[in-house]
Design a protein around this ligand. Structure first.
Ligand code: SAH
Length: 481
């Protein structure tokens, strides 16, 4: 089972280490990074533990501790290196609900000791739930390099200003922005360079200007809205701007199609509101979404409206934008990787291609009211002449009707179609077929939403990775062979 990280205070009863050998000494040294005193239960102490005892940091306890010695401890580490004894200690601790760690015996542990990067006030703890301790050590080495040696001093200095900031600025966005400014700006730089005096002056100035701005703003808080493209699901496909907006957001309104890994990047304290928008499932009506965006922004919040793919491709981003503009709310639009582009990238099939396709058309497979599209606005005859790619969104249930319309307009029967479900997600699935199979036997494809359908010669180019090929009609199969 995976462990949950917490930070524990050792200012009550001291932690207990059982054992007096070298392993016990290593663990005692570790605990002394944060504990003033460690109790060590052993028959004898090795030289290191003895000298710690002489310094008053270790207090020796009788060997073979019983319940009374274990009860109420914040942590017990059993490092006797005698299997039965360690197991006995672990059992007592477990029965008493005292966290216990036995080095290298994960089955006996209720608590894991993390690899630690220690910067005073700033502690980074790394755990791998005992699966890969060496990996934890590698990460630790990397973080040691990345984290400035004076980071702890910076945190300590910030701690000294906390009360004053709390007294001058109301809790919430303003206060958080002030801290972000301090940590991202010259004050932090000065502190990290060892110039505490300058750092203090700069922090003073930031607090004063934030406090006076905060008082002005108290009458008219200014929220803002980011319309953010979350991409097709894989968080690696987010833009850096999208990540920054997520980190700054007080409120995140997200669609069903937004990947879980993407939401995890939001600030932990942010209010997360699901507004549905999966076909068939319950979803919040668009006017209500617009109203929510407006209300939160007017309350001074930083709002991220997170949409699958790109916000301006079949995302109703335009309507939300209009609603916000009508209320004079500041909006920033951050583009995202649209599903069609993600599918093409994953297949390694270009949507346009010098030899076979000079244009690409993105169309919706649904009209308002959930009907199959009439395609009245498209010059299907021109598209039927070839040399173009048609990417259909929201076309899983209407695919057969769409294919029939295209055939009627003169698309050739064997024209390749490739459908990609859940592009960029771990459960991505691809199916290659032809227009006529799609028109006559769409069920054989077993397509599920979300999927894009790519019509055109490019769909017949060799794809990277596994593709299911479904060709129901013999003459077409022959054409392919
Ligand atoms: N704004 C989005 C599209 C929203 S409409 C974008 O730019 O991608 C919803 C449709 O997008 C779905 O019905 C499906 O056709 C497509 N879609 C979204 N995510 C997808 C994914 N990961 N894989 C395949 N299609 C996806």
């Amino acid at each position: 089972m995976r462990t949950f990280p917490i930070f524990v205070r050792f200012d009550g009863k001291p932690p207990l280490v059982v054992g007096g050998g070298p392993l016990a000494a290593i663990k005692t040294r570790l605990l002394l990074k944060r504990a003033d005193r460690v109790d060590v239960a052993a028959e004898g102490l090795n030289p290191e533990l003895s000298s710690l005892e002489a310094e008053g940091k270790v207090v020796m306890q009788p060997a073979h501790p019983d319940m009374d010695q274990i009860r109420g401890r914040p942590l017990v580490i059993s490092a006797t290196e005698i299997e039965d004894e360690d197991a006995r200690i672990a059992e007592i601790a477990r029965a008493l609900g005292v966290p216990v760690n036995v080095p290298d015996r994960p089955a006996l542990c209720t608590a894991a000791l993390p690899a630690i990067v220690d910067r005073g006030e700033v502690t980074v703890a790394i755990g791998t739930s005992a699966a890969a301790p060496v990996l934890a050590q590698r990460l630790r080495a990397w973080l040691e390099n990345e984290l400035h040696p004076r980071l702890g001093d910076l945190a300590e200095l910030a701690g000294q200003f906390r009360e004053r900031v709390a007294g001058s600025l109301a809790e919430g966005t303003g206060r958080r922005r002030l801290w972000e400014k301090i940590f991202d700006g010259p004050a932090a730089q000065a502190m990290l360079h060892g110039d505490e005096e300058t750092a203090r002056k700069l922090i003073d100035r930031e607090i004063e200007s934030a406090a006076s701005a905060g008082n002005d703003a108290a009458h008219a808080p200014h929220g803002r809205v980011f319309l953010v493209g979350a991409g097709p699901g894989d968080p690696e496909l987010l833009t850096m701007k999208a990540i920054r907006a997520l980190k700054a957001a007080d409120v995140v309104l997200y669609d069903k199609l937004v990947g879980d890994g993407v939401l995890e990047l939001a600030r932990r304290e942010a209010e997360l509101i699901s507004v549905g928008k999966a076909k068939g499932a319950h979803s919040v009506p668009q006017p209500e979404i617009n109203a929510l965006l407006v209300a939160r922004a007017k309350a001074g919040r930083t709002v991220v409206r997170l949409k699958g793919g790109d916000p301006f491709i079949f995302g109703r981003g335009g309507e939300e934008l209009d609603a916000l503009r009508a209320e004079n709310i500041a909006v920033e639009v951050i583009p995202g990787v649209t599903a069609g582009a993600a599918a093409a990238a994953s297949l390694q099939i270009p949507l346009t291609h010098r030899d076979v396709s000079h244009t690409v058309t993105f169309v919706s497979g649904h009209e308002a009211g959930g009907k199959a599209p009439s395609f009245e606005h498209l010059d299907l005859k021109a598209l039927a002449s070839g040399n173009n790619t048609l990417v259909v969104y929201m076309g899983v249930t209407t695919g057969a009707v769409i294919a029939q319309r295209l055939l009627e307009a003169g698309f050739r029967e064997a024209l390749p179609v490739i459908a990609v479900e859940n592009a960029s997600r771990p459960n991505e699935r691809r199916v290659a077929t032809t227009i006529s199979t799609l028109a006559n036997d769409a069920d054989s494809l077993g397509l599920n939403s979300p999927a894009v359908l790519i019509f055109g010669e490019v769909a017949g180019l060799p794809a990277a990775g596994a593709v299911e090929t479904i060709l129901a009609h013999e003459e077409v199969a022959r054409a392919y062979a």
